[in-house]
Design a protein around this ligand. Structure first.
Ligand code: 8OZ
Length: 361
């Protein structure tokens, strides 16, 4: 029998934050930051304001440093202009009755020299190039080969995460989510395919998880535990990551995150060619607090996952992109606007702030 979808409209206590519903806006890269400063623009203020009815908004990936940027016009949170831009967004969302976390991001090797400070190589746990593309100067290009981080450089990147969390707090965010998914820097440390290091950050699982734990501890110096989330994609091969034993690595990581008392784990359930049988339910049971599930959920599947205890909250990406009033539409089982792929990454209002809400549709 189908689960009762009204469960999506039930309120939820995320630590000290009350969410009016279980419909979360997933982080989505939209490439509309200011092209000079990487600061959020007024158009971005409008985009997030329109979506303030989400139980919680998680922003698009936001680089913690220039080195952490991998695509054209993604917003940063390391300069004053960027903090000012984000302050307008958090203010608009709060005035519209919403809640918003910043997703903190370092892309690692998924970058291009033209985006890097001094046109240097991108950095990674190991000097292994990714077979993947990025988007720069209005076109797709193969990512640049990375150089391996020296052990002595790692504390500086942890400090960049700490600094970004401090900036997020100053900008009025309700919390932060660490982007530990989709083959970016934190994920590159976790996977044995991208981490061939011989120091304390490579080799056994306990070592490969160290960077993730240190970054989490850093942001916990700024936000109380319930205001910190961590996104994972344990079965995905996005951006050319590979892992021989994902159940072991992500099981160990989730237990570490549980011990750190963070508010939630946000799990992207995308699977790769060899990972169709990954046991997400078993992973969920290793974490005692909030679990957010994401990836291709429909209204009915979301309600069922919550009813069965496989998730507390469900994040929606493309449906939220195309439906600013998604919680209400799901409540009424109303028709959904169709997302337009051509305007996902870059551009202006079209396909960004012009999707109609229900009353206008
Ligand atoms: C699509 C295009 C560029 C970046 C991710 C931040 O996959 C991304 C991303 C997605 O997490």
């Amino acid at each position: 029998m189908a689960a009762d979808a009204s469960i999506l409209q039930s309120s939820y206590q995320l630590g000290s934050l009350t969410l009016p519903n279980r419909v979360i806006m997933a982080p989505m890269t939209r490439n509309r930051a200011d092209e000079e400063t990487m600061a959020p623009t007024d158009l971005m203020v409008e985009y997030y304001r329109q979506r303030a009815s989400a139980g919680l908004i998680i922003t698009e990936g936001t680089q913690i440093s220039q080195q952490g940027q991998g695509y054209q016009q993604t917003p940063g949170i390391y300069s004053e202009a960027q903090v000012e831009g984000w302050s307008k967004i958090t203010d608009a969302v709060h005035k519209a009755g919403g809640r918003i976390f910043a997703q903190l991001w370092h892309v690692g090797r998924v970058s291009h020299i033209t985006l890097q400070p001094g046109n240097n190589w991108p950095v990674a746990p190991s000097a292994l190039p990714a077979q993947t593309k990025t988007y720069v100067n209005n076109g797709f290009v193969t990512v640049s080969a990375p150089r391996a981080l020296q052990t002595e450089e790692i504390p500086g990147i942890v400090r960049d995460f700490l600094n970004a969390a401090e900036n997020a707090k100053r900008a009025g965010f309700d919390g932060v989510e660490l982007h530990g998914a989709n083959g970016y820097l934190i994920d590159q440390f976790l996977h044995d395919g991208t981490n061939h290091r011989h120091d304390a950050y490579g080799g056994p699982v306990e070592n490969r998880v160290r960077f993730a734990v240190e970054v989490t501890e850093a942001v916990l110096r700024v936000f109380e535990p319930s205001r910190v989330g961590f996104r994972i994609s344990p079965a995905s091969v996005t951006n050319d990551v590979r892992e021989r034993n994902p159940a072991e690595v992500f099981g160990y990581l989730v237990k570490c995150l549980d011990a750190l008392n963070i508010g939630y784990v946000h799990c992207n359930e995308m699977t790769g060619p060899d990972s169709g049988d990954f046991d997400f339910k078993a992973l969920r049971r290793l974490f005692r607090r909030t679990w957010i599930a994401n990836f291709g959920y429909t209204r009915d599947r979301a309600a069922q996952a919550i009813a069965e205890g496989d998730a507390d909250l469900v994040a929606f990406g493309k449906p939220f992109l195309a439906n600013p009033d998604l919680p209400m539409r799901l409540a009424r089982n109303a028709p959904l606007n169709t997302p337009e792929q051509a305007t996902f990454y870059g551009g202006a209002e079209k396909g960004y702030t012009d999707y109609p809400a229900l009353a206008e549709a």
